[in-house]
Design a protein around this ligand. Structure first.
Ligand code: FES
Length: 166
């Protein structure tokens, strides 16, 4: 017999789950809720590293049943505690069953658009690789390996025109 009846892991430190919700708070809510149900000594709730299912989160796993939950919202936590952690009945609507074993990350090749970068009026920082550029000339600064191509702008009667060829 193990030390706990159930062991719950919340992915709190991978690339995506922590960006999809306040998963640190999920741990607190689950612990508070398990304690309120009198399960503080029977159930262990831990923060976990990435489950390699990135993009499907926020992710929670409950053992010994080996039940995986995906896309968990904060409003689902109470049901996970009441139904599964206390009652032993997994919450079927939240079950993660991708049909493939092992790693199952959603690969995103989405680049971060330069326009989402930050600039202070003189230096533009791209958030993709943190390369920096002179915002007036496009010249590379610091680690940037190439510069930006510049285009002439023309203002006429309040309209801004970009000269694409020239
Ligand atoms: S970040 Fe949660 S599974 Fe990878």
């Amino acid at each position: 017999m193990g030390q706990y009846d159930r062991h719950v892991f919340v992915c709190t430190s991978g690339d995506t789950c922590p960006t999809q919700a306040d998963v640190e708070r999920y741990v607190k809510v689950l612990r508070d809720s398990a304690r309120a149900a009198g399960k503080q000594t029977d159930v262990r709730i831990n923060k976990s590293g990435c489950f390699n299912q990135c993009g499907h989160g926020p992710m929670i796993v409950v053992y010994p049943e080996n039940v995986w939950y995906a896309g968990v919202k904060e409003s689902d936590l109470e049901e996970i505690v009441t139904s599964h952690i206390v009652g032993g009945r997994p919450v079927e609507r939240l079950r993660y069953e991708p049909g493939v074993k092992g790693s199952n990350k959603i690969e995103t090749n989405e680049a971060v658009a330069l326009e989402q970068g930050i600039h202070d009026g003189s230096v533009l920082t791209c958030l993709e690789h943190l390369w920096q550029f002179d915002v007036r000339t496009g010249a590379p600064l610091g680690d940037a390996e190439v510069g930006l191509k510049g285009y002439r702008l023309k203002e006429e009667r309040g309209e801004l025109y970009v000269e694409l060829h020239g």
